[in-house]
Design a protein around this ligand. Structure first.
Ligand code: DC
Length: 225
């Protein structure tokens, strides 16, 4: 059976990673969380005291410290230079600065190249902000997920609670709005729906419903994977 690539884009906490992981499991595809890569660079900047605005030094961090993924029983783990950073890259200090790091064109060039390499043989479900528009413009299936800000803040709040990260709901909502704004208004590859993407509003929808709808799209586009 032909192995296609599935691109899933959308704003923060729109449900991308949850559905992308399930789809990857169902289709036996590789899941790639590109947000985790931008988060890893932000984490490296904090560790090495590199300013989030310092594009050249951020690029040298990417060149020096490889970002890799590993599948485990608890899900996908993210490593930077062999160190497990899966939990560290979800901390608020990373979350609140990642949009600044992700706005640099040279940082994006480096990471996009790595993402394209991961997907070169197909069989990948990749989520992010520019997958359908810039990373995999030829992906056979492109999905753009959206949801109301309130619902997204509620999801993130619950996720944080489960991870033991203390957050205030209103602060979280303001941070999501701020990140949406920065991600959609940056000059290089802003968050934007690809013309040929299927838009799905996940507000009030269960994960099962969203996965079922995307599976239908995959089947429509491929005649059955
Ligand atoms: O999906 P996430 O919240 O983990 O992404 C973290 C940040 O990384 C997000 O605010 C914008 C950036 N990002 C990006 O610019 N391009 C991508 N393909 C993925 C994420």
């Amino acid at each position: 059976m032909e192995k296609i690539n599935i691109a899933i884009d959308g704003p923060a906490s729109s449900g991308k990673s949850t559905v992308a992981k399930i789809l990857a499991k169902n289709f036996r595809y590789i899941y790639t969380d590109t947000g985790a890569m931008y988060r890893s660079v932000t984490y490296l900047a904090i560790q090495h005291q590199v300013a989030f605005e310092d594009e050249e030094r951020l690029v040298s961090l990417i060149e020096r410290y490889p970002i890799t993924f590993e599948q485990s029983e608890e899900g996908q783990l993210v490593f930077v230079d062999g160190t497990d950073v899966t939990a560290a890259i979800r901390q608020p200090e990373v979350t609140n600065n990642v949009s600044t790091v992700a706005a640099h064109s040279k940082v994006r060039q480096q990471l996009v190249r790595q993402q394209q390499k991961i997907a070169e043989n197909g069989g990948v479900v990749m989520d992010g902000r520019d997958i359908g528009t810039a990373v995999l413009p030829n992906a056979k299936v492109k999905i753009f997920l959206v949801a109301s800000v309130i619902e997204r803040a509620e999801r993130r709040f619950k996720e944080n609670q489960e991870k033991g990260i203390e957050t205030d709901f209103d602060t979280l909502k303001a941070e999501i709005e701020q990140r949406d704004y920065l991600d959609s208004h940056r000059e290089v590859s802003p968050l934007k729906q690809a013309e040929d993407a299927v838009r799905i509003d996940t507000t009030g929808k269960s994960i099962t419903e969203v996965v079922a709808r995307i599976t239908e799209v995959v089947q429509e586009k491929t005649g059955g994977v």
